[in-house]
Design a protein around this ligand. Structure first.
Ligand code: PEP
Length: 252
């Protein structure tokens, strides 16, 4: 049985003071979240170290929002996978649609970042998802599979079998309009079946989480679907009570 996973992506919001307030509130509320639910947060890079120090006595896990595709060296402004692992980061988000669209990250770049994370013993959270136009044109399956197969082509299937894949339809991110539980389940089932068919008999431990306007009001229905193993939460993760309610719904 896979533990469900809820990840809060704080994006580029807040200050050191608000990051500390948020983590303290989460820390206090974690007692009410069932033990078998894994909860992680991805603060802005500048706040991570302080957030780790403040949450070192809890079971909150740490994630990074990004990682360099380069290993080490003269790469101004980048943060390497080994640096992340060194300070206690467990997960790293790669291929978020904001990085793909705002920073031109290709499937190849995302695969390189995934590989870097994997070889540094971090668990990559690979984001895949189609735009509204792609969905309307009937290309949802093609898009998400191409994004996933870019990883398999780069490092093979094994690293994906212990990673996290987040299905995040671009049209649902930050819009308030989540995919319906059935729409999400359909894509999750597709991803799960492809992973199984590529797995060469190895255990498929991949957690498939959904992201895109997840809130306390829609999370229970999403978690009611057979292939939804958790959520990647943006906006709602900045409100401790709302985020903790989502975490609790994952336990039902
Ligand atoms: C995200 O950015 O990964 C996300 C899911 O955002 P939101 O929950 O705000 O739609």
């Amino acid at each position: 049985m896979r533990n469900r996973l809820i990840v809060g992506n704080w994006k580029m919001h807040g200050s050191m003071a608000t990051a500390v307030d948020l983590i303290m509130e989460l820390e206090q509320g974690m007692e009410s979240v069932p033990e078998n639910i894994d909860v992680a947060v991805a603060p802005p890079f500048l706040h991570i170290d302080e957030v780790i120090r403040r949450s070192s006595n809890t079971r909150l896990l740490m994630a990074a929002q990004n990682v360099s595709a380069f290993e080490v060296g003269a790469v101004t402004g980048e943060v390497s996978s080994t640096m992340l692992a060194d300070i206690g980061i467990r997960f790293v988000i790669v291929g978020h649609s904001e990085r793909r669209s705002l920073f031109g990250e290709s499937n190849e770049t995302v695969a390189e970042k995934f590989a870097r994370a994997y070889f540094s013993d971090l668990t990559p959270i690979l984001c895949v998802g189609e735009t509204q136009e792609q969905r309307e044109a009937g290309f949802t399956e093609d898009v998400v599979l191409e994004q996933m197969y870019a990883i398999i082509d780069r490092i093979g299937i094994k690293p994906l079998l212990n990673a996290v894949v987040a299905y995040e339809p671009v049209w649902a991110i930050g819009t308030g309009a989540s995919a319906s539980p059935e729409q999400a389940q359909e894509v999750h089932a597709l991803l799960r079946s492809k992973l199984a068919s590529e797995s060469e008999g190895q255990t498929v431990a991949t957690r498939l989480i959904y992201g895109g306007s997840v809130k306390a009001s829609n999370s229970a229905a999403l978690f009611g679907q057979a292939d939804i193993d958790g959520a990647l939460v943006g906006g709602a993760s900045l409100d401790a009570k709302e985020f903790l309610t989502i975490c609790k719904h994952a336990g039902k």
